[in-house]
Design a protein around this ligand. Structure first.
Ligand SMILES: Nc1ncnc2c1ncn2[C@@H]1O[C@H](COP(=O)(O)OP(=O)(O)OP(=O)(O)O)[C@@H](O)[C@H]1O
Length: 234
């Protein structure tokens, strides 16, 4: 059984109206446990919609979403909240940190949500922020803020880490470090990481590549020899 299974998944906005949009249009794919997956496509292709569905932040119009043997497409609001809290780490393009909490406090807040949290001190060390943990987000660089956001996501020890354009606000070298961290995290911990991007050049880093266009999966490829991020130029 695949770790993630999507069958005939559609998400239609403004259904039946003149401005109807098929953001996701009959999507089918399977992801195996431990895969780093890149979902790539142009702006408006339906990437964020798909990521939100996988993370239980949005619901499907039709179709089935099964994650770790749980049919989350049948979940009610309360079940989705529990699923998100316990199983999902989410990394956003613009970090979404709480500005009035220090780096450490941002991570602690997430750790308090779940029973299986990792050590806040260890996770901050892992992302290289031990020295900056008492700084507020406004005192940190973009790369440092994104590392706080990643620490906040992984301290929950989630089975599934979802990243929506995680390097979109970062310069080339900082972005590369963040992608290397995500690749190492996935492969060393055997976790599932899904990265949404419009950057075709980073596809070789993934174990699994899904190309999306007009809400449809246009290409589904397994890469049995992913390239280490440090060897990719873009
Ligand atoms: N809440 C909504 N109501 C109506 N239309 C929406 C809504 N959310 C997204 N859409 C539309 O669905 C389509 C897919 O949007 P989505 O955000 O998933 O694309 P994306 O590939 O993530 O784009 P980007 O890279 O620009 O973020 C777009 O046409 C968008 O305008």
């Amino acid at each position: 059984m695949s770790y993630i299974h999507l069958q005939n998944v559609s998400k239609i906005y403004n259904s039946g109206q003149s401005n109807e949009i098929k953001a996701n249009d009959n999507i089918n794919f399977d992801l195996q446990a431990g895969e780093l997956t890149i979902i790539v496509g142009e702006s408006g292709a339906g990437k964020s919609t798909l990521l939100d569905i996988l993370g239980g932040m949005d619901t499907v119009t039709s179709g089935e979403v099964i994650i770790n043997n749980e049919k989350i497409s049948n979940y009610n609001h309360h079940q989705l909240t529990t699923f998100r809290r316990n199983s999902i780490g989410f990394v956003f393009q613009f970090y979404n940190l709480l500005p009035n909490l220090t780096a450490r406090e941002n991570v602690e807040l997430a750790a308090e949500l779940v029973p299986q949290a990792l050590s806040v001190t260890d996770v901050l060390a892992k992302v290289g922020l031990s020295e900056r943990q008492d700084n507020f987000p406004g005192e940190l660089s973009g790369g440092e803020q994104q590392r706080v956001a990643i620490a906040r996501a992984i301290v929950k020890n989630p089975a599934l880490l979802l990243c929506d354009e995680p390097t979109g606000a970062l310069d080339y070298h900082t972005g590369k470090k963040i992608l290397k961290f995500l690749q190492d995290f996935c492969h060393s911990k055997n976790k599932n990481v899904i990265i949404v991007t419009h950057n075709q050049m980073i596809k070789p880093m993934a174990d699994h590549i899904l190309e999306i266009s007009d809400g449809k999966i246009k290409h589904d490829e397994i890469n049995s020899h992913p390239t280490p991020v440090e060897e990719i130029e873009w």
